[in-house]
Ligand binder design. Structure first.
Ligand SMILES: NC(=O)C[C@H](N)C(=O)O
Length: 589
């Protein structure tokens, strides 16, 4: 981890609105367009002479040299202005998904990203983005202002300039928030002041960096990039989550109403170190909801400190089925709940385990051994749990073992172990010693849930192992119809060689009256008329054997070739095409 190398750093600044660019209309502040044009007129934000000398494109701004000794090291940036712009009070997961997808779309083109956002919900935005962006290897910094940048006395200029300089000069692979000379981990902050320039604090984690006469980065706090995994954007965040703040004497009936479906998860803000009223009727409401499958995370409403089990009034809540949120902010807990409940295919216990784990540096944890009790139930689980507990220095061992463990977990259909490996930073597209990816293993094992998860993560659907076998062929051999359908819908197809070789295999299946096998080949896109080694087709073989059931099957299937399997699975092509909610009206120009 060090200063970014190279003379020129390119950043994308995504302007979503907020006070920083606001203008006064009829006495109130409303979002203002044209931030890039304003920045172009401010010498601290744009060196026009350098831009002209280099022939920079119209939309590219360039900062003056940060250090007089390195005049060639320049931070260049492009401002993407959202339409419409928002007071951040109107931002929702929909807009944050769009920000994450914008980062994903431009990930290869830029060295880092700055998100210009209103301060009112910036802590929520930073928390949500930190969970949506998995395997982040570049700096993402949210910033904004308490006073518009056009005002004479404002904090917007310093905040934005600081964010651009930090994102341009350092690789801090996290979602951060920069405000008043401090760079915080985004999912650790909360807004604490409506007016002061020091609007945010990070009560349970010191700043990642502070800017004064010098820039001081606390590298020991900055999260390390693990493995070479590509960026994964989790867009399927659960929206039916809520926040309930307990207060003395809160009626059980009110809690009952709040916890009703469609709510799937709730962050409950409790007193002190995670305590709440011990009234039986209130505990009963919590218990009933938890038994129904509602996930309840216990976070303290204190600014600093963690949920503990020091008091009976706290353990009573745990006994009613709530999960400790440790020292998470409510913003981080709500975002994490939305992320974990939105992950496809996990069991309720698996989700609870993920919630108890530190996924993005959002919480301070007890010792690792206490975290994943259920993983210790199987040999595979023990292996994953041991990997999780390896120290930083043992990363090489972890990276070497992870692909084989991922394949084993995929074959066994262990989504929780796979998710744990992914959260650890393992690249799930890496091959094991036989050249198989977890997708091969899941296909061979007929694990439709795992196949769905891996396809969503963009694994190569037509990858070949060392023997040239594809996941589709392995699924066909195992006659796993659900998996064949998923793979076909994601674009898997048999190779010309496999199609040619299928003739002999089809004849063999016909001679054994293996209807299931024939159906699997048909579903994978094979032409059932393909002749075998002696020129005869499967139908000839079945007729010669007098097997009327096979003859009838082949005749009925033989009509169409190609898209047989797609019917129920149409629409799932890759992570990009998964159903996302989002307003089409909000776009980045
Ligand atoms: N300072 C700000 O940015 C507050 C503004 N209401 C917003 O969150 O958009």
């Amino acid at each position: 981890m060090a200063r970014a190398a190279g003379p020129e750093r390119r950043l994308l600044a995504i302007y979503t609105g907020g006070t920083i660019g606001m203008r006064s209309e009829r006495g109130v502040l409303v979002p203002g367009k044209g931030l890039a044009a304003v920045l172009r007129t401010l010498p601290m934000f744009h060196d026009e002479g350098h831009a002209q000398a280099c022939g920079l494109p119209e939309d590219t701004l360039v900062l003056p040299p940060a250090s007089p000794t390195c005049p060639d090291q320049r931070v260049m940036y492009t401002v993407l202005e959202c339409q419409p712009l928002f007071d951040s009070s109107d931002m929702t997961i929909t807009e944050w998904v769009q920000i994450a997808q914008t980062i994903e779309r431009h990930y290869g083109q830029y060295h880092g990203f700055v998100v210009i956002h209103g301060t009112d919900t910036m802590a929520f935005a930073a928390s949500v983005l930190s969970f949506m962006l998995e395997n982040l290897q570049k700096t993402v910094i949210l910033t904004g202002a308490q006073v518009p940048i056009h005002a004479l006395w404002n904090d917007g200029r310093e905040n934005l300039l600081g964010a651009l300089l930090l994102a341009g000069q350092y690789v801090i692979p996290e979602v951060c928030l920069f405000f008043q000379n401090q760079l915080f981990r985004g999912n650790r902050v909360t807004k604490v002041d409506t007016r002061r320039f020091a609007a945010f604090c990070s009560p349970n984690l010191p700043p990642l960096a502070t800017v004064g006469a010098d820039v001081t980065i606390n590298w020991e706090l900055v999260r390390k990039v693990r493995g070479q995994g590509r960026l994964v954007v989790h867009s399927s965040m659960e929206r039916d989550v809520g926040l309930l703040r307990l207060y003395p004497g809160i009626p059980a009936t009110l809690v009952r109403v709040f916890l009703q479906p469609p709510l799937k998860g709730v962050v409950m803000e409790t007193f002190g170190s995670g305590n709440g009223p011990t009234k039986p009727d209130l505990l009963q409401e919590l218990r009933v909801a938890a038994e129904r499958g509602l996930v309840i995370v216990n976070c303290t409403h204190c600014l600093q400190g963690a949920v503990t089990s020091d008091y009976g009034a706290g353990t009573a809540l745990a006994g009613a089925g709530t999960i400790s949120g440790s020292d998470m902010t409510s913003e981080a807990a709500l975002a994490k709940l939305s992320y974990v409940l939105g992950l496809p295919g996990l069991s309720l216990d698996g989700r609870k385990e993920l919630l108890a784990r530190d996924l993005r540096g959002e919480m301070t944890l007890p010792a690792v051994d206490e975290l994943r009790p259920s993983l210790r139930g199987s040999t595979l689980g023990r292996g994953v749990a041991q990997l999780l507990s390896l120290s930083q220095e043992a990363e090489d061992v972890r990276d070497a073992l992870a692909p084989s463990l991922a394949c084993a977990a995929a074959h066994a259909g262990d989504l929780e172990a796979l998710q744990a490996l992914a959260e650890l930073g393992s690249d799930l597209s890496l091959e094991d010693f036989g050249g198989q990816t977890p997708l091969h293993s899941a296909a061979r094992g007929g694990q439709a849930g795992v196949v769905t998860m891996l396809l969503q993560r963009g694994l190569d659907v037509n990858a070949r192992d060392k023997d040239g076998l594809s996941p589709l062929l392995l699924a066909v051999r195992g006659r796993h119809q659900g998996v064949i359908g998923l793979l076909r819908a994601a674009g898997a197809c048999l190779s010309p060689q496999e199609l040619e070789d299928s003739g002999t295999e089809l004849c063999r299946l016909a001679s054994r009256a293996d209807c299931e096998g024939l159906r699997a080949w048909w579903q994978a896109g094979a032409d059932l008329r393909q002749p075998g080694y002696d020129g005869r087709s499967a139908l000839h073989v079945a007729e010669a054997a007098g097997n009327l059931e096979v003859v009838a099957l082949l005749q009925s299937l033989q009509g169409g070739v190609g898209d047989q399997a797609l019917g129920p699975y149409l629409g799932l092509h890759s992570s990009r095409d998964l159903p996302l909610s989002g307003s089409a009206a909000w776009c980045l120009t």
